[in-house]
Structure formats: structure tokens, C-alpha cells
Write a new protein. Sequence first.
Length: 305
Amino acid sequence: MQDDPQKLPPLDLLSTFEAAARQLSFTLAARELFLTQSAVSRQVALLEAHLGVALFKRRHRALDLTDEGRRLHEAVRGVLAQLRRVVAEIRAPRRREVVALTTTPGLASLWLIPRLSAFLAAHPGVDVRIDATLERRQLGGEGFDIAVRYGPVLGGEGTPLFEESMQPVCAPALLRSAARPLKHARDLRAHTLLQTGSPLGVGMPMEWQSWLQAVGLPELEPAAVLTFNNYDGVVAAALAGQGVALGRRPLVDTLLRARKLVAPFKGATASARGYFLVGEPEAMTRPAVAALAGWLLEQARTLPR
């Protein structure tokens, strides 16, 4: 007797497949799902056996979806996203609206979170779930309603929020140091520069290279370099007086106004990058999602130009 062709595979196999298909990596899917790589591989193999077709083309150190795998991934992604939305609504107390937003850790901690209480106060009954990550999330496929993405000013995806400019910043105590003055850009030779990791993991990151080039010091060698994997760490080190960071404005503007950080040199340099608002089309029809998107745009419009 043959299996019923309409019988669905176990949901855990479909969930594991969706993560592997989205990441095109069993290793990354395992990390996301808190499983071992072999467990992910085994679950995918069970799903393929259940369906009687191959879902992945397995190449040396690479995965690709078969035609059947692409069809299944598109369907599973949409179904899981709908399930996540319904479960979130059911779990929320008093049927509260939940809006899921994904963005970078730097924008979340330095720009969004300090302002968010104003939105929540103006919209009782709406909860906001923030995913702060450097990974590029798929909105509908991963259950997110809105993304604020960091990208090039020219050709960026979505509605522009604001452009970024770069300016060295440090703790006030560092600026007052008589032993190592910070009056001119060339004085950076005596200081530790704080940075996020460069794409190749070595050398000066592009943001410092661009700024030093703009001020005529492309060959400047600092006393030391302290590298972090995200911008939150850079700002924390600057606040602790451990060196000079390249301040991303307007993200650090609140800290500058509070004099927790100071800018030793006048003028800022455009970085040719900025932040963009992207909404999942179906989610944007929900009043709570549209309200958060509109509020973000309004907050961006009130920034000094």
C-alpha cells in the first residue's frame, strides 16, 4: 500500500529544511536552530526520503536547491511566516498587536531604542519586537514586518530614512589629555583607533581609510587599533576612553549632545551609505505596522540636516 500523497511531512523537518534552504548551508542552519550540522543533514535526508525527491544539489562546500527544493521552500517559507504571526497574536496578552522589526545592532541601540518609548506611549496596545543583527533577514519568510537596512545611498533598497556621515569622536577625558593632544587629525598617530572588523579581517577598515583620505592623511599609522565585530562595541570602548572611534552620525548625535562623547575635529565626511525603511507588503496593510513605519519616517524627518 502506497503512502497517501497528501500526507504532510513532520513540521520539524519542514522547519529545518526552511532554515537550510534560506541559508544554503547546513552549518548555518544548525547554528540558527541550535542543532548539530549532522542533525540538520539527517533531518533533510529524512524529508527527502519522505517526499521521494532530492531537495538540494550537494556540491563541494556548497549547496543549491533543486527545482523541487525551490518550490517547497517558497511554500514552506510563506506558511511558517503565517504561523509565526498567528502564534504571536495568540500569545500576546489581551490580543495585543505585535510588530516585528529587524535592523542593525548599532541603529537599534543608538538611534531606535532611545526614541521608542514615544511610539509605545502614543500607540497603547502595540508591542514591538526588535531583532538587532548584522544578518539580512527575509521579511515575510522569517516573520518580520519591517526592516531598517544599512546600505549604499545610490541604489539602496526601500525608502530612505537618512544618510550617514563620519566624524571622529572620543570621551571628553581623552580630549583633555595634555600628554597626547587631539587638536589636529595628524595627532591620531598617538592614539588607539577603534574600528569594526574590516571585510578581510586585517588592516584599516574602509571607513577609516575613506576619512583619512578625505583629510589628506591616507598613510597615517595609529599607535594601536582595537577591533570589534559590531559598532556597539566600538561606541562602548569610546565611552570608556579606550580610543578614538569614527562616529557614525546621526547614530552618535545623542551621545554628542549629552557630552558623553565629543568631536575633536570640526566637520564630518559623508560615507555614501545610509539607512532605508523596507516593509513587508502584506504586513504594511496592518494599522500597527503602518503606524510604526510612519513614525520611523517622521523621526528621520526631524533630524538636523
